[in-house]
Design a binder for this molecule. Structure first.
Ligand SMILES: [Fe+2]
Ligand SMILES: [Fe+2]
Length: 272
């Protein structure tokens, strides 16, 4: 079993906001903050991994999320990468660059985070994992379709399983539980192009009508003793996000432009 933390959430909390994959984009955080502030009553943010790698504001994003989520956070693959200083592709937004800019207390906060959160709240059990690792510690796939993710987690005993990592949101409700993916606070992924191969995150071989470039998170509450899980979509200033990356002379700007403006990831080795 992977590193796990168990918490009993305060019974007075009325609403949980579960979000992931901010990737240090301040534009995503600013837009999310507006949504966060709209939710009245007692609320608790849970951040489900990948705070780092992408945008040039790792410190500001970390500070805001830590202040609100506290211990209710999981490590994503890029947060583990930050702790290992694994990637120095860009001082401005890479994992190593983020590590160097964080304060020691901020680094310590991430060092202490689990890969899996098990929460009890008002009689319900909720598990959060970013999704880059499966419960047994084997690798999860960032291109896993919703159906594949559901297959991996359908044996969990919890009432709600929350995932991230794929940047493709969904909520699946079966008889006795929800399995949901919060999508991303900065950019959803719909299509991955690698050479002549095209992969659709939703698991179907055509775009369909479902392309929605808005970001997303989960809102969870309890009504009449039943969990209610909703996907909340919101828009982000994508032009400003691109400008942020131009300002730091992002070496992967062509890849990131496709992600931000179209939800399409073109694997770097085939970018002209
Ligand atoms: Fe991510
Ligand atoms: Fe991830």
């Amino acid at each position: 079993m992977i590193k796990t933390a168990n918490y009993q959430l305060d019974e007075s909390i009325e609403t949980l906001l579960i979000a992931s994959d901010l990737h240090s984009h301040i534009r995503g955080l600013q837009a999310f903050e507006r949504e966060y502030d709209k939710i009245s009553g007692s609320k608790q943010l849970i951040f489900n991994g990948d705070l780092f790698y992408g945008g040039p504001y790792p410190v500001e994003c970390a500070q805001w999320i830590i202040e609100r989520a506290g211990p209710y956070m999981t490590l994503g693959n890029h947060d583990e990468g930050m702790l290992k200083q694994a990637d120095d592709i860009s001082d401005a937004y890479g994992e190593k660059g983020a590590f160097e800019r964080l304060s020691q207390p901020q680094r310590d906060h991430f060092s202490n985070l689990p890969l899996r959160l098990e929460l009890q709240w008002r009689g319900k059990k909720i598990v959060c994992q970013h999704g880059h690792l499966l419960p047994d510690g084997s690798d999860g796939n960032w291109m896993a379709t919703p159906m594949e993710q559901v297959q991996h987690y359908q044996h969990e005993k919890e009432d709600l399983v929350c995932l991230g990592h794929t940047h493709y949101p969904f909520i699946q409700k079966s008889v006795n539980k929800f399995i949901a993916n919060s999508g991303s606070l900065c950019m959803p992924f719909y299509k991955i192009i690698a050479g002549h191969q095209t992969h659709y995150q939703k698991g179907q071989a055509e775009w369909g009508e479902e392309v929605d470039l808005r970001c997303s998170f989960l809102i969870v509450c309890i009504e009449k003793n039943e969990l209610v899980v909703q996907l909340k979509r919101f828009d982000v200033d994508r032009e400003a996000m691109l400008e942020d990356l131009k300002d730091i002379e992002d070496p992967w700007i062509n890849v990131h432009r496709g992600c931000i403006k179209e939800g399409v990831v073109i694997m770097p080795e085939v970018v002209q």
